[in-house]
Ligand binder design. Structure first.
Ligand SMILES: Nc1c(/N=C/[C@@H](O)[C@H](O)[C@H](O)COP(=O)(O)O)[nH]c(=O)[nH]c1=O
Length: 373
């Protein structure tokens, strides 16, 4: 604060403007898939003269909106872009060329494009045109908002979020299978928000049979209904399953090579898309490769115990959302959160880093990530 002048002189530096560009990027969260979230701000003489965000795949990129708004004010200005400007002709002309034509004299970039085909090309193009380029301002924060896109670009498989809801004593259903509900309204609303952020939701055949779930996003401002996926090796799912008849998002059922042809036809007649693997059984790496081929960049795995156990055994998840209700149900044969093989000795435990714990109504939510390496 500049006391003498008696007015707030906020030091507007590169990070301030990049944070604003990141806020713009995040405002389209969940809408841009399969494209990343991108924000752009154009500043001249400490005035924001242009700004924009990429809103939906196939529509103009963030830089296009910002340059259009800036008009000739872009000349001699600085452009802040949260992801390296594209240099290839996708569905819209390259933004690197647009920035060159707009005659900005400086470009500040947060994340470098992870796509091996274009990595660094946009930056090189700008430098070759005599533009000063600064890379890496708020890089960590910018990479994180595109963790789905970056993971998918690097691995060609979906970013996997495991979601579990358990009682305080770690059960997902009583010994009779009763589970409605463990968590309350507020926690379940958070689940629907997170469903909407992912390209697909996945459950196992056991959960499909036990709960006959809808697996849809029941929020009044829902702008997307993710694909619904059931892992069902032998196609035991009933053709009368609720989600096959609610005219909602597609239902894909993944089965093994030995699944009965008549069941396949009955489920297809009921509206399901059947994806039959070459293998007898479904392994997680094969499943993820197949979903990657079908452009699923992010996958929200809702259980049950066998499915969660298989992802844990394969160490094939990037994020965990663990909801805990302050309830105890006991029961030697009550349902655990993670089934599967599990580890033998504690030193083999999957170690996590807890990023946050939140209170949602009476429930708690732990967000955690597997420890790297
Ligand atoms: N039992 C509970 C859950 N249960 C999770 C799954 O077992 C359910 O089948 C699935 O979420 C139902 O999806 P729907 O039909 O679209 O509502 N999940 C939760 O967060 N809290 C619970 O108390």
């Amino acid at each position: 604060l500049d006391g003498a002048a008696g007015k707030a002189v906020i030091n507007m530096n590169d990070e301030t403007y990049m944070n604003f560009a990141l806020d713009l990027a995040v405002s389209a969260s969940g809408q841009t898939s399969p494209n990343p979230l991108v924000g752009a701000v154009i500043v001249k003489n400490n005035q924001i003269v242009g700004m924009g965000a990429h809103l939906k795949a196939g529509t103009p990129h963030a830089e296009v909106h910002a340059v259009r708004m800036a008009g000739d004010q872009a000349q001699g200005a600085t452009a802040y872009v949260t992801l390296e400007p594209c240099s290839h002709y996708g569905r819209t002309p390259p933004c690197a060329d647009l920035l060159i034509e707009s005659r900005v004299d400086r470009v500040v970039v947060a994340s470098v494009d992870p796509n091996p085909e274009v990595k660094g090309r946009g930056i090189e193009k700008l430098k070759a045109a005599g533009i000063t380029v600064e890379v890496g301002v708020l890089k960590e924060k910018a990479d994180k908002i595109n963790s789905f896109f970056f993971h998918y670009m690097k691995t060609a498989t979906p970013y996997v979020t495991l979601k579990a809801a358990a009682t305080l004593d770690g059960k997902t259903a009583s010994y009779t299978g009763s589970s409605k509900w463990i968590t309350g309204e507020r926690a379940r609303e958070d689940v629907h928000l997170n469903r909407m952020k992912h390209d697909a939701i996945l459950i196992g055949a056991g959960t499909a049979a036990a709960d006959d779930p809808s697996l849809n996003v029941r929020l009044d401002h829902a702008f997307r209904q993710p694909v619904r996926i059931i892992l069902d090796t032998s196609l035991r799912t009933s053709p009368t399953a609720k989600m096959l008849h609610d005219k909602g998002a597609p239902v894909w059922i993944i089965c093994g090579s030995g699944a009965d042809e008549k069941r396949k036809q009955a489920l297809e007649a009921a509206g399901a898309d059947i994806i039959k693997l070459q293998e007898e059984t479904i392994t997680i790496p094969v499943l993820l490769g197949k979903l990657g081929e079908k452009n699923i960049q992010s996958l929200y795995v809702e259980g049950g115990a066998a499915v969660h156990g298989s992802f844990l055994d394969a160490a094939a998840f990037q994020e965990l959302h663990y909801y805990i209700a302050p309830k105890l149900i006991g029961g030697k044969t009550a349902f655990p959160v993670f089934g599967g093989r599990g580890i033998a000795l504690m030193e083999e435990a999957a170690e996590l880093v807890v990023e946050s714990t939140e209170t949602l109504g009476e429930d708690m939510k732990i967000t955690a990530f597997p420890k790297k390496g």
